[in-house]
Design a binder for this molecule. Structure first.
Ligand SMILES: Cc1cc2nc3c(=O)[nH]c(=O)nc-3n(C[C@H](O)[C@H](O)[C@H](O)COP(=O)(O)OP(=O)(O)OC[C@H]3O[C@@H](n4cnc5c(N)ncnc54)[C@H](O)[C@@H]3O)c2cc1C
Length: 474
């Protein structure tokens, strides 16, 4: 039985990993010259380095991403961090980690109460709102309040909104408080911070993403019998309206298949099906209403180390997160330097601003925090903005997201934008790939479970918290 997977982002890759070793002949078609899709890299000729379009971070609560990395050998290239550093607007550093003594959901309470850049009354009011949020039953309808509306109804001050709620939610959801769904915001806090002691810990790749996919993963796929076709865009998926029969490539090569998983971005998915299939796929009608949100990565090479910290959260500034990507030795062609990356999620307000202006603001923000940056020379800088980095988690978004199983038995959809209950993340993409592979196996009469459960909840969290409530995947 031959299955075609169209799209070599994390969703398509997870589908391939899920199906491998189960008797399928798997052919994966990726339009670009490298795997990884939005979680990819480019070659920067000045530094001579492969550079991720933008730093990608997972969390311990991303159980399917963790499983995908473990199965394929990628886990060795990730480093887990349990200590976060928040830098307040005045430049002070606040350590954020789980208390060794308190069970979930109280384990991060002491760190929250020590965030001294927030007035004491705001810290208490945030703790109260978190408690209410965790106990809230939400219907994520289109006309439901945004998380910004709800927080204001909970009397959260502008300071608390800017210095706490935005700091956590804008990077986790890739969207502003006044646009983001309350149900998804609640999921971030419940699943990411409250339900389980280790959920908040972050996983950071130590090598460029292209190296992970182009090296370790491609070797694993080849050894597992998955044939990867790069620079092989699918032009059309064909069928008779009840079954998919072939994938036609851009050069008109026709590949006959027994099943297909289409794992392209939501903006491309409708155009790929021939008329007979498109007429049956009414679930795709809503994908046009899915909006995008931008993320910007600013890459900076200094002549010296400005901080040894692996990462830092910057509060009340344009820069949101700083990642330390280490020292590069340098050679005749490109200078040595210390490479840092600053990430700005939901970066709409950068549109139209000159790049140099943004880079100067970021460098001066870093200099306000780290004295070493004041004397450092900036050797090279690049700013990369992805306008359609993620889908916008607006209220009601889950109603626009189709399930992986389509009305056509031998066709499944995958992609972070399909119905996973997760926002636009690597975890969402991997979940969708596993669910799509499950759908194809079910249709062929060999049902298998691939989806990995969430982290187990602590005993007190089980007693106190509601489940996270965004569209369940089953
Ligand atoms: C700047 C930025 C920062 C991010 N930061 C994070 C983060 O820190 N943590 C996190 O969890 N997530 C992050 N994300 C989100 C994450 O990258 C995505 O959720 C995830 O990679 C989506 O994977 P996907 O497979 O669903 O889609 P994609 O990665 O978009 O993959 C789709 C693939 O299909 C291919 N394709 C399209 N058309 C065709 C065709 N006709 N034929 C063949 N192939 C085709 C594309 O080339 C692409 O490779 C970030 C995204 C961006 C852009």
């Amino acid at each position: 039985m031959k299955v075609a997977i169209v799209g070599g982002g994390l969703a398509g890759l997870a589908a391939a990993v899920g199906l491998s070793g189960r008797g399928w002949q798997i052919e994966l078609f990726e339009a670009r010259r490298q795997l990884g899709g939005r979680a990819g890299s480019f070659h920067d000729p000045v530094s001579g380095q492969w550079v991720d379009h933008c730093q990608h971070v997972g969390m311990a609560c991303c159980t399917n991403l963790v499983d995908f990395c473990r199965r394929t050998g990628l886990a060795a290239d990730f480093r887990r961090g349990s200590l976060l550093h928040f830098f307040g607007p005045e430049g002070g550093c606040y350590r954020f980690a789980a208390s060794p003594w308190l069970p979930a959901p109280l384990h991060l309470g002491p760190s929250l109460l020590r965030l001294g850049y927030l007035p004491r009354r705001d810290r208490l009011s945030i703790a109260r709102a978190l408690w209410r949020l965790a106990r809230l039953a939400i219907d994520d309808a289109e006309d439901a309040p945004t998380v910004g509306d709800w927080l204001r109804s909970q009397k959260q001050s502008d300071v608390a909104m800017e210095r706490f709620w935005s700091v956590v939610l804008v990077s986790a959801l890739g969207e502003e408080l006044d646009r983001a769904s309350l149900a998804h915001a609640r999921k971030v806090f419940v699943d990411g911070f409250m339900a389980s002691r280790h959920a908040y810990q972050i996983d950071i790749p130590q090598t460029p993403l292209s190296e992970l996919y182009g090296g370790t993963l491609q070797t694993w796929l080849a050894a597992s019998g998955v044939t990867v076709h790069l620079a092989a865009a699918a032009r059309r998926v064909e069928g008779d309206g009840s079954r998919v029969s072939a994938v036609v490539l851009a050069d008109e090569t026709r590949v006959s298949v027994d099943a297909a998983i289409v794992a392209v971005p939501w903006r491309r998915v409708r155009e790929i099906f021939d008329q007979a299939l498109a007429a049956r796929l009414s679930e795709l009608a809503t994908t046009e209403q899915i909006e995008s949100a931008p993320i910007t990565g600013v890459h900076l090479w200094f002549d010296r180390e400005i901080t040894p910290l692996p990462h830092a959260v910057l509060v009340g500034r344009l820069s949101q997160w700083l990642f330390n990507r280490g020292r590069r030795a340098g050679d005749e062609a490109s200078p040595a330097g210390h490479y840092y990356q600053v990430v700005i999620s939901a970066s709409r307000n950068l549109a139209g601003r000159p790049r140099q202006d943004v880079i100067e603001q970021i460098v001066s923000e870093l200099a306000e925090i780290w004295p070493a940056a004041r004397g450092a020379r900036l050797l090279h800088a690049r700013m990369v903005s992805e306008q359609a980095a993620v889908f916008s988690v607006r209220p009601g978004i889950d109603r626009l997201r189709p399930p992986q199983q389509t009305a056509i038995a031998n066709l499944a959809l995958a992609g972070d934008w399909t119905r996973t209950g997760w926002p636009s993340t690597m975890e969402g993409a991997v979940r969708s790939g596993y669910l799509a592979a499950e759908a194809i196996m079910r249709a062929s009469g060999q049902p298998q479970r691939l989806l990995v459960p969430d982290l187990p909840r602590g005993w007190l969290a089980r007693l106190l918290l509601r489940s996270s409530g965004t569209g369940d995947t089953r």
